[in-house]
Design a protein around this ligand. Sequence first.
Ligand code: PMV
Length: 361
Amino acid sequence: MSVALDFIFKAPMATLPEKGSFAWKTPSNIALVKYWGKYGMQLPKNPSISFTLDACFTLTTLEFKRKQSKEINFDIYFEGEKKDGFKPKIWQFFERIQQYASFIINYHFIIHTRNSFPHSSGIASSASGMAALSLCIMSMEKALNPTMTDDYFYKKASFLARLGSGSASRSIEGPVVVWGKHQDMKGSNDLYGIPFPFTIHKNFKNFHDTILLVDKGEKQVSSTIGHNLMVNHPFAKERFNQASKNLSLVSETLQNGGLDAFINIVESEALTLHAMMLTSHPYFILMKPNTLSIINKIWEYRAQTNAPICFTLDAGANVHILYPEKEKTRINQFIMNELLPFCQKNHYICDRVGFGAKQIL
Ligand code: PMV
């Protein structure tokens, strides 16, 4: 754990004003090889890789004001309204990061946050939300220690974000991020995400992700419960090995532009994630009938047209449709004509691969 020790805040070199604020806009991400199963303090049982998104983001402003008492203290507003319901998760995050960012207890925080996507869209905001908060905390730390390098800044931001939500570690940089130790990925480790360490083939530049909102309700099973069900899961060991192999394969396709191989692994990963849910105890199903209808339509369309289109799934019913920039006209037409009827209220989001978080303030 020597690396974690590197992330412990040392004495400040400068002083912060009595009060101030920082703001960050941070993207959501979609995993190509899925993280499902963890150990210790939010460490992944297998490495994962994701596309950083662009249109789906969280915008968070962190106002800080110096106080006398030495305890965690904050208020949270979501879309302008006070949201005490969000407090426990953020409280837990602050508690977990306190040993790495001890200065937080000297401040009262007012957090204003909003998402570009509707709250009840079934799109998880924990990745982009925790990443945004972590970057705001890192901006404070940088103000206290102005000589900090960018490399340290982004690594520690990902490290802190991971403590809030594992996949948040992949919502700091872009366009492709690897989290979890993997022999082919230099610098990869379980503590924080790193940018994909190879050149990405032009086929994947500006790659599209159209998100079909099949079910906008609350998930019946949280990802925390899902991860825990991988402990003693009968297929866990095989799954974790498979994920590592799939990461090598995805890495090759991202470098050589092999779309057929990419499609094959990405769809298999999505179905395997859900297969783990189907075969855990207790077992559960997050896909909905329309999820399967969409998948079948994509397969039919691909068989008829040879178009390089594929789907992936999160821990939910929504479908992410991935395709290259140069195919966007015909594939968009297919989505509008054939797939929108399966979405709740015809709702969908046009997204694409993005380049990571941006400081706003
Ligand atoms: O970050 P968490 O704990 O919400 O887990 C996310 C898990 C998946 O979205 C299903 C997969 C992934 O790698 O993002």
